[in-house]
Design a protein around this ligand. Structure first.
Ligand code: ZN
Length: 61
């Protein structure tokens, strides 16, 4: 039985602009440890670092 290939995780983190041939990070980087932060929408929109638990709340204007 063939196992399903795991999705390339890196593709979820980067946004590739083929017109400009540039790659940009979708998510923020943790200002404390430099790792990529996860984006959460619930219960409140925020970015959280999975490594050092640094959290940055998204303030809606
Ligand atoms: Zn961090």
């Amino acid at each position: 039985m063939a196992k399903e290939k795991p999705k390339a995780y890196i593709h979820t983190l980067y946004e590739v602009d083929y017109n400009n041939k540039s790659v940009s990070l979708k998510n923020k980087k943790c200002p404390r440890c430099g790792n990529i932060m996860a984006h959460h929408l619930k219960p409140v929109e925020r970015y959280q670092c999975g490594y050092c638990k640094y959290t940055e709340f998204v303030v809606k204007k």
